[in-house]
Design a protein around this ligand. Structure first.
Ligand code: NAP
Length: 252
């Protein structure tokens, strides 16, 4: 509660486990009114506690309008590390409105002993390198970029996504509809059952989808890792929900 007794209105730009954990952590605290915003990409999203709204705002200006008209006092960018546009929109809207912004972003993964990772900057580069590394690929980069691999006729793909992909897609593929967290035993079994010989992933970070990397290391498989896109300069960042709570408490 602020000095005037009004609850702070925290807008969480979500679509991630971290965003949901933050909404859960603030739920029930009368000092905060929380709204989580989702892009609307997933057909049946797991909704967090508190208020939710779904769909784009219309660029940084649209987000700034929403912030002003809904009395938002704090903005938390808890979008996925690969949701590049939205992070820049958040920075733009914060500049337009003067509302404080903090990014909640999980740290990236780092290879350890025994890992055979090749880093690339973009999905297109992953598609270029893939045929040289294997012929049965486990593709975990999400259904949205699948068209980037559609020309690879010599590669068989196992694609895992929350919702079914739309064409164009590679001609030889199986789709596995599933949502993390995933277990190490499950990932080991999946790699063996489908005779996977290469893994493709984004550097999403976090524990929910990390077991595939351990399973790939154990099986001696090469891994193509897409590096994270740039983030807007000057936006403070943390990897911890607790640190966001501290920031909210300190900036009231
Ligand atoms: P993006 O390229 O950064 O955003 C594209 C547009 O989608 C934005 O300009 C915005 O539209 C709208 N948008 C994105 N996130 C939004 C949110 N939380 N609330 C309202 N509108 C949002 O994002 P993306 O990569 O398509 O990802 C979309 C969502 O999926 C994000 O919320 C992200 O956290 C989640 N997600 C993404 C990935 C990934 O690999 N990219 C993985 C897991 C989850 P307007 O400009 O009209 O406001």
């Amino acid at each position: 509660m602020s000095a005037d007794g009004a609850a702070a209105h925290v807008l969480i730009l979500g679509g991630t486990t971290e965003a949901r954990r933050l909404a859960e952590a603030l739920a029930g605290d009368p000092s905060y009114r929380v709204t989580t915003s989702l892009a609307g990409r997933v057909t049946s999203p797991v909704l967090p506690p508190g208020g939710t709204r779904i769909g784009g705002f219309g660029g940084p200006e649209g987000l700034a309008d929403w912030i002003a008209s809904h009395g938002v006092t704090h903005l938390v960018d808890a979008t996925h590390p690969f949701a590049e546009r939205m992070s820049f929109n958040a920075a733009g809207a914060a500049a337009l409105t003067g509302v404080p912004l903090l990014a909640l972003r999980r740290p990236g993964w780092t290879p350890g002993p025994g890992d055979g990772w090749t880093f690339v900057d973009r999905l297109e580069e992953a598609a270029d390198r893939l045929p040289g590394l294997g012929s049965r690929a486990f593709l975990t980069t999400g259904r949205m970029g699948l068209h980037t691999f559609a020309h690879l006729t010599g590669t068989w793909f196992l694609v895992r996504s929350v919702d079914p992909p739309a064409p164009p897609v590679p001609p030889r593929l199986d789709v596995l509809l599933d949502r993390g967290p995933f277990t190490l035993d499950g990932e080991r079994e999946l790699l063996a059952r489908h005779r996977i010989d290469v893994l493709v992933t984004k550097d999403s970070g976090g524990s929910a989808t990390a077991p595939k990397l351990t399973a790939a290391r154990e099986a001696g498989l090469p891994v193509l890792v897409v590096r994270r896109p740039a983030v807007p300069e000057g936006v403070p960042e943390t990897g911890s929900v607790e640190a966001v709570r501290d920031w909210l408490g300190a900036s009231r």
